[in-house]
Write a protein of this length. Structure first.
Length: 663
């Protein structure tokens, strides 16, 4: 579901299991018609591209879109000096699929990232791969784990800055502040300027986060660049939930933060600002009770699909307002055209003719949400918008006259069947209502971190081709349940309130595997393993295809001394995810507890090869070396761990004692 999360209800089972069984500016322009100014020549061409995406940003909470309480002077200024698209829509109300559409120009069926955690197809070109091939310096700096490099958006970027801070316990955070993102982006801009001017080096793609490869290059001028910056504000939880301020006030406050940081980034462009195309877009909206929905990702009403879209730069006349419907799939072909290129095989169109007062072509716009299917086994939702009508394909379909009913309040399905019929045909040409297994399931750490942000584990749930619409629940019939789940994942609840909400959900929907899994981990975090174990069993019975279930069981079984049962549970977890480093590390811990130090050392080493950030596994490796009499290797592993921990980590004293003991 959605990212929210100060409440880490899904603390890594690896950590809990280790602990369990180890002995040890503002102007407002409204009401203007599309492109009412006199035509102006559009001869200038941009040299550079800056893309700023703001997570969970509703268009109607930006001043330039008419919001009287807005604190968005930077975005408002970009609209005044450039183009504002009045009706821009996301292709999915979910972070990864929407950003994949932004960068590829393709709808989700065409790029493959149908939900968070389902990777972008490796064969699909992106803005970054296209511009990098043209010699552009390319960099991205993102603020949240759903856009981690492992999901495929890093292709084509010389630098992909997705490194998130680690806490004192060694575990990586799932998001970071916009200020930190902008600091990294400004540092890169300065470096790119220096490298281009001094003819020193060229950056080429590297999978390592934020780490460029270097090869010789000579140039005669500063390299053209493409910079993408992503802010997670105003994603939930909004500000400080404990402050008692209303959620909408806190939401607006986080929008103001994102706006301020966008301004700092733009100011850092310096002289290059004059020949840089700046694009600002929300990736999806946010619901605050409209249609009975809270947050985003399940439903495809315009509450969560409509987003702000602003373009400002060479060739874009000031004050341009484009009234026609556009999709975020249009961003890539428009941006690359502004830079003098083209992007082929895209679903979006080049919008630059609108900058010269040309009307946009009549066309249809597609969007979808497969989160209901992936997360809960409900029917997915697919929608197409055409000639003022919007059809939502579902077991109980909906048809809205969005021209006269923009709030989507009156379902015209019964009275306008003739209009709906061809739209059903069009939707099926974009995608079926099934999602095939495609080998793109994520590892367990990624699943935990997505869940901590409120999203699903992002796993394909198998071949679900025909008949879903008839056999799976319509999300509308689970609306109240979805709202309760959104409350749980919002980060607004903690402690006993969170436990009570989860218990209520599983009481009413006992086959909800995700809720059972969350409840299991919430009970573990509360130290209640006896009641957590039944929740994990229920999640397994629900058929949740994840090792997380069995890791949770292993934790509980280990804590009550049933090492044989814990070993069986870990074996099942490894069967599901054979290369999961957390599973392998826990197997190592189990082997060490049974006195099989050689096997434990082998397991810990393999786990750390797969994920060097498993700090507790490194500590247990050092202990295993020490118990095996391999003192030098124990000291080396412990020193390595010290070098990886923050200076204020409370574990440092214990590690230093271990080093002294083995020297």
């Amino acid at each position: 579901m959605r990212p929210e999360g100060t409440a880490e209800t899904a603390k890594t089972a690896e950590k809990i299991f280790f602990c369990g069984i180890c002995v040890l500016c503002g102007f407002l322009f409204v009401g203007m018609a599309a492109c009412t100014r006199a035509p102006q020549p559009s001869q200038a061409r941009a040299r550079n591209l800056v893309l700023i995406t703001i997570d969970t940003l509703r268009a109607d909470h930006v001043g330039a879109y008419g919001y009287p309480r807005a604190r968005t002077p930077v975005m408002d200024g970009l609209a005044i000096g450039g183009a504002l698209f009045e009706r821009a829509y996301s292709a999915a109300p979910i972070t990864l699929p929407s950003h994949a559409t932004l960068l590829t120009g393709r709808y989700p069926p065409g790029h493959g990232a149908r939900d968070n955690g389902l990777r972008l197809s490796e064969s699909v070109p992106t803005l970054a791969t296209e511009l990098h091939a043209k010699g552009f310096a390319t960099a991205a700096f993102v603020a949240a784990f759903p856009l981690d490099h492992q999901f495929g958006l890093n292709r084509g970027f010389d630098v992909y800055g997705d490194r998130l801070p680690r806490g004192a316990d060694g575990h990586a955070a799932n998001e970071r502040p916009a200020a930190d993102v902008v600091n990294d982006a400004i540092a890169w801009l300065r470096q790119n300027s220096e490298l281009g001017t001094e003819n020193l080096e060229r950056r080429t793609p590297n999978v390592e986060r934020g780490t460029p490869n270097v090869e010789p290059r000579t140039t005669n001028h500063e390299r053209q660049f493409f910079l993408w910056v992503h802010f997670f504000e105003p994603h939930a939880p909004y500000g400080d939930p404990s402050s008692g301020r209303p959620a909408l006030d806190r939401y607006d406050g986080e929008i103001a933060t994102a706006d301020r940081e966008a301004g700092r980034l733009i100011a850092a462009l310096g002289p290059t600002r004059a020949n840089t195309l700046i694009v600002v877009a929300g990736d999806h909206g946010e619901a605050f009770g409209e249609h009975g929905e809270y947050a985003h990702s399940i439903f495809v009403y315009d509450t969560t699909l409509r987003v702000p879209l602003l373009m400002n730069g060479p060739g874009i006349p000031a004050g341009t307002r484009v009234a026609g419907s556009v999709t975020l799939a249009d961003v890539a072909p428009t941006a690359i055209r502004a830079l003098g290129g083209t992007m082929r095989e895209v679903d979006g169109i080049d919008l630059t003719p609108a900058f010269s007062q040309a009307p946009l072509p009549q066309r249809e716009i597609y969007a979808e949400s497969f989160a209901p299917l992936v997360e809960f086994g409900w029917a997915p939702l697919r929608t197409v918008r055409s000639n003022g009508w919007k059809l939502i394909a579902a077991p109980k379909p909906e048809l809205f006259d969005v021209t006269n009913d923009p709030g989507e309040q009156v379902n015209a399905m019964a009275s306008q069947a003739a209009i709906a019929a061809p739209l059903f045909t069009r939707i099926d040409r974009y995608s079926t209502d099934g999602l095939s297994a495609n080998g793109s399931s994520v590892g367990r750490d990624a699943a935990d971190r997505l869940r901590a942000l409120g999203y699903s584990s992002g796993r394909s749930i198998g071949n679900q081709q025909s008949g879903i619409g008839n056999s799976r629940p319509d999300p509308k019939d689970r609306r109240e349940m979805a709202a309760r789940i959104a409350q749980v994942t919002s980060g607004e609840l903690a402690g006993q309130a969170l436990l009570a909400a989860l218990e209520g959900i599983v009481r009413d929907d006992p086959r909800n595997g995700q809720a059972q899994l969350r409840l299991g981990y919430a009970r573990l975090a509360a130290g209640d393993c006896p009641r957590a174990e039944p929740a994990f069993h229920a999640a397994a019975t629900a058929g949740l295809p994840t090792a997380d279930v069995h890791l949770g069981l292993a934790t509980c079984l280990g804590q009550r001394g049933d090492l044989a049962g814990a070993e069986r549970a870990l074996a099942e977890a490894q069967r599901i995810e054979p290369d999961n480093p957390s599973v392998i590390a826990n197997l190592g811990l189990l082997q060490a507890s049974k006195g099989d130090l050689a096997s434990a050392i082998q397991s810990f080493t393999k786990a750390l090869t797969l994920d060097p950030g498993l700090h507790e596994a490194r500590f247990r490796l050092a202990i295993a070396y020490a118990k095996a009499g391999r003192r030098a290797e124990a000291a080396s592993a412990a020193r390595d761990l010290l070098g990886r921990l923050p200076a204020d980590a409370p574990q440092r004293a214990e590690i230093e004692r271990l080093i002294r003991a083995v020297q």
